[in-house]
Design a protein around this ligand. Sequence first.
Ligand code: ITT
Length: 210
Amino acid sequence: MEVPRARILIGTANAHKVAELGALLEGLGCDLVVPGEIGLDEFDIDETGLTLMENAVLKANAFARASGLPSLADDSGLEVDRLGGEPGVRSRRYAGEDATDTDRIALVLSKLEAVADEDRGARFRCVIAFATPDGLVGTGTGTVEGAIGRVPYGANGFGYDPIFLVRGTRPTMAELAPDAKNSISHRSRAIASVRPVVEAWLASGRSRDR
Ligand code: ITT
């Protein structure tokens, strides 16, 4: 008799993250599910954590409990050296709850207007948590170093990608094709670091216990 494949929920409301994580998780040997497929498209989680780690764990646990499925959740953000690490954990809310990517980019650029090119260092940081309804299984982290440009370039990616100069010079992250972003991004590094935990969990047969 054929053993059904395990299902893992990609616990995010951000369609760009779904696309990137889906590509990065290829070959895992399980079926990936998104919240909209199981009636959780409106599922809202208050991100009350003070760190990316706290929020990633909070989101993975909440999605796993709500869905009954093992769940991966991503909390990520941009850290700008001259802004003391801001926007950091507040990256999505930096310019207000209803702000757009364009508003957030404009705010960062305005705060850095007087900052010289050599002082515009920044990084993207990502934490990914893997949880089942019984609790947290593991986490992974990843960063990519770069700098903040003066003008947005590129239409790929999302969020702050158009002003993030990869290795401190153009291209920006938004000028990279999806595969090229995935080969260097904070998210791909976080997935690489959590992947062994997910693989071990799948191999343990616990996905067949429920
Ligand atoms: P979920 O919580 O539903 O996953 P979200 O967009 O609210 O989706 P976060 O709370 O983790 O996700 O906020 C991350 C923000 O950081 C995101 O909205 C972007 O503004 C920024 N960000 C994260 N990863 C990024 C990336 O790869 N490129 C550009 N900006 C990114």
